[in-house]
Design a protein around this ligand. Sequence first.
Ligand code: 6PG
Length: 251
Amino acid sequence: MNKIIKVFNTQNLLADFFAKEILKKAESIPKGEYLTIAFSGGSTPKNVFEFVSKNYTDKIEWEKIKIFWSDERCVPPDDEQSNYKMAYDSLLKNISIPEENIFRIFGESEPSKEVLRYKFKLKGNITLMDEIPSFDIMMLGLGDDGHTASIFPIHISQFSSDDICIHTQHPVTGQDRITLTGKVINNSKNVYFFVTGKEKAKIASEILNENNSNKIYPASLVEPTEGNLFWLLEKGSATAITIYPTSYQDK
Ligand code: 6PG
């Protein structure tokens, strides 16, 4: 695993860096093949989608990209809680991506049935590495409790599930969720954490600073075996990290 910690002066600089990552990777994809991306929910990914929507709609070859989700709330696709709806409203409705390249999780379906369907779609559309789907790009947010995707500290053992995708619940609201597990997340070629805001400074430092017993958080278990792990931090969330970032981008 190659860990890269990048601190950005603003959310837009963070978003622009990621947009250029997608642009670059899509350009290198041979005709007829696809760049596979797992979208995440969360406010920072939403900001990234909005930035891409404003600045990169005509630059990225969307027809070369297949979009999945790292997790979803078990709600209909038009529900304000839906990660799909967030991505549709902030990006998908503004780009020319073929409908068949979008693989949302059917939050409206019975969860155990949807887990089976989504697993079938993952295995049928994502390159396998050691027989496990291996995403080119895995987007993840960081909850201030250290959760990522929909794997929460109280259920941290789910990260190490033998299954690639599971049905779980939000520990406070009880909301049904469907989420990828560590088996897929750590099989990704590139994982990107998106972290902004001073309210995330504590959890980010607990996970990134080497001197913390940091394996109590699901996010701290994200270590793509053969891949790159990018921590993209807006400066407000990076105030308490003591290890030196790989780079600081201030313009
Ligand atoms: C979800 C996300 C979740 C999110 C974090 C961070 O479905 O809510 O997958 O893991 O990324 O909670 O969210 P914020 O960036 O909004 O704090």
